[in-house]
Unconditional design. Structure first.
Lengths: 377, 119
């Protein structure tokens, strides 16, 4: 692998556990461990899996006034979510938009009481930090913490695995965030993730990363899980992958992410609009859009993958959409996908056809997630 | 019967004019557990190096190439319901397709087991 790739603080441990490493977003990342993608996926859905996601970007935003609400209000100038209304110790999904209402990145924001804790995608982190700094620096101190480690512990037994090392974890609900200690190490702990399962994300200093990872991997429920299974898990959970399912060419309304724009930021809300592209988003929310992101399931076993064209007819005459993510769902035991279709074809159970090696395979629009969520509400 | 190999990780075994083709244990290990296998229709003409079948793991689809020129003459239909057979026994029960080869001598230009192992 080329020298220009960065390594996470868990690089040596990943190698020790037999990871097959691949380049991803400028990092050398574990694609899979010896168990293999299928087994790792199923293990995460039945027990608990530990993911090294240290390539993702952690950013702290503190208001110069000292009031975290001012930082939240400032961030709302870039993101259509309600962060001023986000309670202390709670986390909320959001996305940065551009003037054309395209999505620049999707992210998680937590109110830590004194400041905001933001987690962004690896491939976008430099650009996101630069954007946030440029827009917020007069009102906020923006701190990049790109050297920190981030791990995700996901699965129905995640609480059983983490509680002996961090008793406070058991009392958290979905989307809670606390500063605590795990195996004697200070961590930023959220009860959230990217698999559709219950679980946690754990941020810590690079120097402490191995201590945390080894303590968790020593628990009987936990296996290390690579990016391959992370992708199939998030797809079954109906979660977008930035760069595939959402990007600067898709708006939040087209992407079926209106749920992430809370009431206060919608038309008639107390802080309506006020972010890049707001006029377009508000108009699309009011008048509708010509295409929508939907879930898709293909008949048979052949996976329909990203890039497959979607048609209204079995002869491939009327093209009405495109698959943006697709794989064989190990838990669903069937091909699952998501993509954009013309709004007339976006209703649940609509029969469509996907082009696959010159043939037209029947697919149906299906509700997402494809698996029942395991969140602890 | 001698088994020959390709650089693209197929194996081929010739019985008269009929060849049986599959993927090597090494290729199977690299691909991981398969979820779908499909060959082109019987009667399809293929030149050496043409895609004749596809194997899919959760994450990716990979073409399987005809090692020599000929006509496809059969598919291992067991794989339709049990694609994992390829991983369990890649060079036996997990064969993928059969073909009538145009010139049986063509296999001689392929790799021997020794040559494939040393790749």
């Amino acid at each position: 692998m080329t020298d220009s790739l960065q390594r996470t603080p868990l690089h040596a441990l990943n190698l020790e556990f037999g990871a097959k490493m691949v380049p991803f977003a400028g990092y050398e990342m574990p694609l899979q461990y010896p168990a293999g993608l299928m087994a790792e996926h199923l293990h995460t859905r039945s027990k608990a899996g530990l993911f090294d996601v240290s390539h993702m970007g952690q950013i702290r935003i503190a208001a110069r006034s000292g009031d975290v609400r001012d930082a939240a209000l400032a961030l709302e100038s870039l993101i259509p979510a309600d962060y001023a209304g986000l309670a202390k110790g709670r986390q909320r999904y959001g996305f940065l938009t551009n003037d054309a209402a395209g999505i620049l990145d999707d992210l998680m924001v937590a109110n830590m009481g004194d400041d905001l804790f933001v987690v962004v995608n690896a491939s976008c982190k430099e650009q996101d930090a630069a954007l946030i700094e440029a827009a917020l620096s007069d009102r906020c101190v923006v701190t990049r913490q790109f050297d920190r480690a981030l791990m995700a512990l996901q699965g129905p037994q995640a609480q059983d695995a983490i509680a002996p090392l961090c008793p406070a974890a058991a009392d958290m609900r979905f989307m809670d965030v606390i500063e605590t200690e795990l195996a004697g190490v200070p961590v930023t702990l959220s009860r959230s993730g990217y698999t559709g399962e219950d679980g946690y994300e754990i941020g810590c200093a690079a120097a402490d990363a191995e201590t945390v990872a080894r303590a968790l991997l020593a628990q009987p429920q936990v296996l290390p899980i690579g990016l391959g299974a992370r992708d199939s898990l998030r797809l079954e959970a109906g979660l977008c992958l930035y760069g595939n399912d959402i990007d600067t060419t898709t708006t939040p309304i087209e992407a079926s992410l209106a749920w992430a724009i809370q009431k206060a930021r919608r038309e008639g809300g107390s802080r309506e609009g006020g972010y890049p592209g707001a006029e377009i988003v508000l108009r699309q929310a009011r008048e509708g859009v010509s295409r929508k992101r939907v879930g898709l399931m293909a008949e048979g076993r052949a996976p329909v993958r990203a890039g497959a064209k979607l048609f209204a007819d079995a002869e491939g005459q009327k093209e009405i959409g495109l698959v943006t993510s697709g794989a064989f769902g190990p838990t669903v035991q069937a091909p699952v996908a998501m993509g954009y279709v013309a709004t007339d074809y976006a209703d649940k159970d609509t029969a469509l056809f996907a082009e696959l090696r010159g043939k037209f395979v029947p697919v149906h629009v299906r509700a997402m997630p494809f698996v029942a969520p395991g969140f602890k509400r | 019967m001698t088994t020959y190999y390709t650089k693209s990780h197929e194996w081929v075994r010739l019985d008269g004019e009929e060849a049986t083709v599959g993927i090597t244990a090494h290729a199977s290990e690299e691909l991981g557990e398969l979820v779908f296998v499909e060959a082109k229709d019987e009667g399809t003409d293929v030149a050496a190096g043409d895609a004749a079948a596809v194997v899919e793991s959760v994450k990716a689809a990979s073409d399987i190439y005809a090692p020599v020129t000929g006509v496809l003459s059969g598919f291992n239909t067991k794989l339709s319901d049990e694609p994992t057979l390829v991983g369990n026994d890649p060079e036996g029960e997990g064969w993928i397709f059969k073909m009538k080869v145009s010139n049986p001598d063509d296999v001689i230009s392929l790799l021997t087991a020794e040559q494939y192992k040393s790749l």
